[in-house]
Design a protein around this ligand. Structure first.
Ligand code: NAD
Length: 324
């Protein structure tokens, strides 16, 4: 039986990845600071601890895993990573985790290690035009991410690829673009735009107003979680190092996103635009490289994923209001 290690198994993507690895027949160890908030982990072994601690990392990387997925990071949505208030923590915490996990894998002679970078590492100067952002993989340099979160991702993806060059490890790097779906953070300040908008609309009555950060004309694409997991395992099991974008090319504005979710909810929703952290003006995944090298790209329409996500968040909102 093959075995896999998922760092960040208590998080959104890690939680879904554990399920997929179990379906694929793996023995799985999950590691996180916490248990998953919304479901019981299907991991065969689950270690609670801090991956900033070298001794803990050595303890959990105790065998030659066939596959290691490094997803643990200090992260959140725009309200967490773009305000500047958490810069020192998120750079220190995520870089320390990334260095520790990679070094421990190298010492154990583990070959296949996946690292989750982010579209936030792309230069801000290519994302000023909401209609025409450029996020092709080779546009990464000269580097100019608009957040310290993005700078840390850029640093860490380079470290993972340096271990490939110098130590012959089969490291693989993906740049995720706005992953969304059920069982992700939807409240509390670390949630991302689709979850925040689903929550606001689920709590709103038809005809009422919800707050939107900025003018809502900023563009993004959003990738449903099942597609992200498929792209992730395909990349790790390929001979390709990346970095590859794993994202959707279906770009929409935040205002359009609100309209689609309102339509799914069957509510008439008005938008009040207020100042807030919005990130770059435009961003879209460019899937040419992954299409060419992996012969894969996501298939689902945004609306299909939003329907499943809204249904899940609506249930959470309802449960919370009953508990209050
Ligand atoms: P998440 O916050 O839900 O999961 C990250 C997990 O890491 C959390 O459960 C957290 O507790 C854990 N963690 C943080 N610090 C830790 C520590 N010191 N020791 C052990 N565990 C620790 O995030 P996610 O959305 O599942 O994202 C997973 C990865 O993908 C992250 O690296 C993130 O930066 C990257 N990414 C995500 C998106 C997205 O849209 N969700 C986009 C780009 C990149």
């Amino acid at each position: 039986m093959k075995n896999a290690l998922v760092c960040g198994a208590g998080g959104f993507i890690g939680g879904h990845l554990v399920k997929k690895l179990k379906q694929d027949g793996f023995w799985v160890r999950g590691v996180d600071l916490k248990f998953h908030e919304y479901s019981e982990s299907e991991a065969d072994d689950y270690a609670i601890g801090d991956l900033r601690e070298q001794s803990f990392v050595r303890h959990v990387v105790d065998r030659r895993f066939d596959e290691v997925y490094q997803l643990a990071a200090d992260m959140g949505g725009a309200g967490y990573i773009f305000t500047g208030e958490h810069d020192a923590d998120l750079m220190h915490n995520s870089a320390t985790i990334n260095l520790n996990v990679l070094q421990a894998c190298h010492k154990r002679m583990i070959s296949k290690v996946f690292y989750s970078s982010s579209a936030c590492m792309y230069p801000a100067y290519n994302q000023d035009d909401p209609a025409n952002p450029n996020c092709s993989e080779e546009s990464a340099y000269p580097a100019a991410p608009d957040s310290e979160y993005g700078w840390e991702k850029l640093f860490s993806e380079r470290v993972y690829l340096a271990y490939r060059r110098n130590y012959g490890m089969a490291t693989h790097v993906a740049r995720y673009h706005n992953i969304f779906g059920p069982q992700g953070t939807w409240d509390g300040g670390k949630e991302k735009a689709p979850a925040a908008i689903c929550r606001k609309i689920a709590r709103a009555t038809s005809g009422s107003e919800i707050e939107i950060w900025g003018d809502g004309e900023q563009t993004r694409s959003f990738l449903y979680i099942d597609e992200c997991i498929e792209g992730t395992t395909r990349l790790l099991r390929s001979s390709q190092p990346g970095p590859f974008n794993i994202g959707s090319e279906e770009m929409i504005s935040i205002n359009q996103l609100v309209d689609i979710i309102a339509d799914i909810a069957g509510k008439r929703i008005l938008k009040r635009h207020i100042p807030g952290p919005t990130g770059v003006r435009g961003r879209n995944s460019d899937n040419r490289l992954i299409r060419e090298k992996l012969k894969w790209e996501p298939q689902q329409r945004l609306r299909d994923g939003l329907e499943k996500t809204y249904a899940w968040i609506e249930t959470q909102v309802h449960r919370n209001s009953l508990a209050a």
